[in-house]
Write a protein that binds this ligand. Structure first.
Ligand SMILES: [Zn+2]
Length: 448
């Protein structure tokens, strides 16, 4: 009786102890079996990569810490271990930079598979496991460029056109001339690229280095030279006297651009340097808004019955009360006619910009396609709106003296991807036939 009592008491004790141990173990398991996955980040996630691409791997687990990381590269039936780490003490975080350069890989598809496990007791002591696969296309070859035009006769500050084919799709292509870049465009239904470029006006006394540059989607870069011949001629010099009458008349219109500068001469200098530079930047961005085909034909028109009052490229020295105060290059042709003369579009195109543009006053810019544009500045009146199609000789506005103009005239500029070039060539039908039309004709032959 007593024995039975005591044995049943013992049994109860062990039963309770057993239950407590089980509850304790479950508690312990639940405590160590956190269910938070380790974080994994891997960049870049873009499609195209080169052997130089650097991949940034990061993983973090602040609950139970990281236990195992493995990174494998897969291509075809090849599987290469890029990185493996088995942690023997608690580590919360790892970051690693990985490259492809040491592996012998073929161009084409490849994947990178990442597996990370933490120290959690979750999943019956297997831990929380994250597996991620990233897919890429390896491209080791820079694009190949095949020239289609061979003769390029250039003048400093003048224009050129080069035609070429490229072996693969690209994210950037065009002519690079030191710090300048002239994008090339491939007209619809053609696989040929055409690039209007300039031997920029600033290379009047030194050599520019012109190259065709192509960057494919993976980032491989090709730079190819092409044949060109530059004939050099100095631009004119001229002295400009800034009178106090001019300052009184013109400067109040620019006060809003530099509210802190009340002295009229100081304001003039800021406008002539800083605002001019800002306005040129704007021309570069308008230059990118262009049709991918030529919208024009034949020689460009000059303002009828007008006299040239200032040439392209003229180096102007500004004087105030006999003292030299500034230098700037004049990057258009000034044409004077009667006051408020009607201004015809120099060629067919589409209006890319209308409105106020700082030193240029009221402006119209017409896009003729492939980055070629004409600009009409200091207008008193504008007849067209952005996106309007215009024909050659259609009246787009009237001359005036808005902006930094002393008297009524048209400042006419031709822009190649926003860079001013000499308009003389574009008024000359022989030059166009020999240097431009012959190359645009390649496009027609290429389509057939
Ligand atoms: Zn001008």
């Amino acid at each position: 009786m007593t024995n039975r009592d005591s044995s049943s008491g013992k049994n109860k004790f062990f039963l309770v102890l057993g239950i407590l141990i089980i509850i304790g173990l479950i508690g312990l398991y639940l405590f160590f079996a956190e269910q938070q996955n380790p974080s994994v980040t891997f960049a870049p996630e873009k499609e195209f990569v080169t052997p130089d691409t650097k991949f940034d791997f990061q993983s973090r687990d602040k609950d139970s810490g990281l236990d195992l990381v493995s990174i494998h590269l897969l291509q075809g039936d090849k599987e290469i271990e890029m990185f493996k780490k088995d942690f023997d003490k608690k580590v919360d975080e790892i970051s690693k930079v990985l490259g492809l350069e040491k592996y012998r890989l073929k161009d084409g598809a490849l994947s990178i598979k990442i597996k990370v496990r933490d120290n959690s007791w979750n999943n019956w002591f297997k831990g929380n496991v994250v597996v991620k696969t990233f897919n890429y296309t390896l491209d080791t070859e820079p694009p190949r460029i095949t020239l289609k035009s061979y003769k390029h006769n250039l003048k400093v500050g003048g224009s050129g056109l080069v035609a070429f084919n490229v072996s693969e799709s690209v994210k950037k292509i065009g002519v690079q001339a030191n710090g300048y870049f002239f994008p090339a465009y491939s007209p619809p239904e053609s696989d040929m690229y055409l690039c209007f470029f300039s031997y920029p006006y600033e290379f009047v006394g030194r050599d520019a280095n012109l190259l065709i540059k192509a960057v494919d989607k993976a980032g491989n870069v090709r730079k190819t030279g092409f044949n060109y011949f530059v004939s050099r001629k100095n631009f004119l010099n001229s002295d400009i006297r800034i009178s106090s009458n001019f300052l009184q008349k013109k400067m109040p219109g620019f006060q809003d651009n530099f509210p802190g500068t009340t002295d009229k001469l100081k304001l003039f200098l800021k406008v002539n340097k800083e605002l001019r530079a800002k306005n040129r930047e704007k021309l570069l961005s308008v230059g990118r808004q262009t049709e991918k085909k030529p919208l024009w034909s034949g020689a460009f028109m000059r303002l009828p019955d007008s006299a040239k009052s200032s040439s392209f490229g003229t180096y102007r020295t500004y004087y105030n009360q006999g003292e030299k105060i500034d230098n700037q290059r004049h990057l258009g042709v000034d044409l004077a006619s009667v006051k408020g003369a009607k201004v015809p579009a120099a060629n067919a195109g589409k209006v890319a910009y209308t409105g106020w543009l700082g030193i240029f006053g009221q402006v119209v810019i017409i896009d003729h396609g492939l980055g070629l544009q004409s600009m009409y500045a200091h207008l008193s009146r504008i007849n067209v709106q952005e996106k309007d199609k215009v024909d050659k000789s259609e009246i787009i506005g009237n001359t005036g003296s808005t902006g930094m103009a002393g008297g009524d005239h048209l400042h006419f500029a031709i822009l190649v991807s926003g860079v001013p070039v000499s308009p003389l060539e574009w008024w000359d039908k022989t030059w166009i036939r020999n240097n431009i039309k012959s190359k645009l004709n390649l496009l027609e032959n290429n389509k057939e």
